[in-house]
Design a protein around this ligand. Structure first.
Ligand code: AFD
Ligand code: MN
Ligand code: MN
Length: 424
């Protein structure tokens, strides 16, 4: 299904007066309002193809119904999100969960909804029925060269799918690691991973990047071969300019200062981009901003400052993507909430008085430095987001409209209550 433009316009019309009041109240105090609205209009976050169905844990999966049954239907769901929020104009595919059989048809389908393709993701953390050798003991780091070769070939195949879709990056997340001390020679595992990645790197087209994701544990519980940003940075440095480090917010041990990691990677030109989500304990993959929105703001504060220092375009300078799992929420509603949370944090970071902050830092005025940051963080920027959406043709309140239109019920009618999408 698609949402007619007239439905969005009608809903906006009804909410216009209330919106205007809230907008005028906030906008009056904001310097450079037009620039901020323009930046908000440009800022899009990619939606992962594997997040449009219900997620699960090893204990179970509870489908909410109406899940997309095919890649086309996944694209349709991203189209719905984009029509509502005008901030989600691309989709990131996971291969082999979502193989585009006919790239031209898939591209045209997406383009009709105003969408294009973000990074493509390889999958060597599961065995596929058709595959000859097992990844039980790893893929790119495997002790057996034949397994490594198979995993390298898969990544090169994923690049080919991406080229056909006009993607520009390959995102690699490996579950390679060990479950018990002694199982693995750590240096050997790292060296083999580097060698394998070098072969994949050679296959990248000139205008492509490879994004190396890290994660401290799970599914392996003793060591992960690319376990933290240092290990990823080491690999991406050795590989070359086309390799960068991908930060998934859930892939840190508790208490890690992610904003500092991000700041330094950006300084070195090695920050590929983000997989956004939120977490309380580990790789929880919860809705962005649902647990620790202040941390998200502090990350964006470093990003805005760092990108400005390097003269980078905020919208296109690095990759912005959600990587979450919707175990109990309607995935579309969850994604709408996540995109909103990301853009709220981004807007608040844009409001930071950089000159005053620099001065406070210079004079070691710790109290004032905190005041400056928290003043921005405590500003209710939601009316600014709504205004930017309105100007872009989206809905003033995407979630309310999604519910008012009973979109999920319509999807259940179209696809069935038991439709299950591919993914984890
Ligand atoms: C993993 C990683 C990742 C990967 C995904 C699969 O975060 O990016 O593609 O899960 O669902 O934890
Ligand atoms: Mn991820
Ligand atoms: Mn993850």
């Amino acid at each position: 299904m698609q949402l007619e433009k007239s439905i969005i316009e009608e809903a906006n019309h009804q909410q216009q007066a209330a919106h205007q009041r809230k907008y005028d109240f906030v906008a009056g105090d904001i310097n450079g309002l037009d620039t901020i609205l323009k930046k908000l209009g440009d800022f899009n976050i990619a939606i992962p193809s594997w997040a449009l169905g219900t997620g699960g844990t090893r204990f179970g999966r509870f489908s909410g119904g109406g899940e997309p049954r095919s890649l086309e239907e996944k694209i349709d769901d991203v189209g719905l999100i984009q029509a509502l929020n005008r901030s989600s104009n691309s989709i990131s595919l996971h291969i082999p969960w979502d193989i585009p059989k006919n790239a031209d048809v898939i591209k045209a389908h997406a383009a009709a909804l105003g969408l294009h393709f973000d990074a493509v993701n390889s999958n060597t953390f599961q065995d596929q029925a058709s595959q000859e050798l097992s990844y039980k003991f790893g893929s790119l780091h495997h002790v057996d060269k034949a397994v490594r070769k198979q995993a390298i070939a898969h990544n090169i195949e994923v690049i080919k799918y991406g080229v056909a879709l006009d993607s520009k990056a390959l995102s690699v997340w490996l579950s390679d690691g060990s479950n018990f001390p002694g199982q693995l020679n750590m240096r050997g595992a790292f060296e083999r991973t580097l060698e394998s990645l070098q072969e994949i790197y050679e296959a990248l087209p000139a205008d492509w990047k490879v994004w190396v994701e890290y994660k401290p544990y799970e599914p392996n519980f003793y060591s992960t071969t690319i376990g933290d940003w240092g290990q990823s940075y080491l690999l991406s440095s050795k590989l070359g300019d086309k390799a960068q480090t991908l930060v998934d917010l859930g892939h840190h041990l508790q208490g890690a200062n992610i904003e500092q990691i991000v700041s330094l990677l950006l300084m070195e030109g090695k920050l590929a981009g983000f997989h956004f989500n939120d977490s309380k304990y580990g790789d929880d993959d919860l809705t962005v901003g649902s647990i620790n929105p202040y941390q998200l703001f502090l990350i964006f504060n470093e990003l805005v400052e760092g990108m400005d220092a390097r003269g980078m375009n905020h919208a296109t300078g690095i990759g912005w993507m959600i990587d979450a799992s919707h175990n109990i929420k309607d995935p579309i509603e969850d994604l709408i909430q996540s995109v909103e949370a990301i853009k709220i944090a981004y807007t608040q970071a844009l409001l930071v008085d950089v000159t005053a902050l620099k001065q406070a830092q210079q004079y070691n005025d710790v109290v004032f430095a905190q005041e400056i940051l928290q003043h921005a963080y405590r500003t209710d920027v939601r009316p600014l987001l709504a205004e930017a959406r309105l100007r872009a043709g989206g809905a003033l309140n995407p979630l309310a409209l999604y519910r008012a239109q009973a979109v999920r019920n319509q999807l259940i009618k179209e696809r069935g209550a038991k439709a299950v999408s591919t993914g984890l």
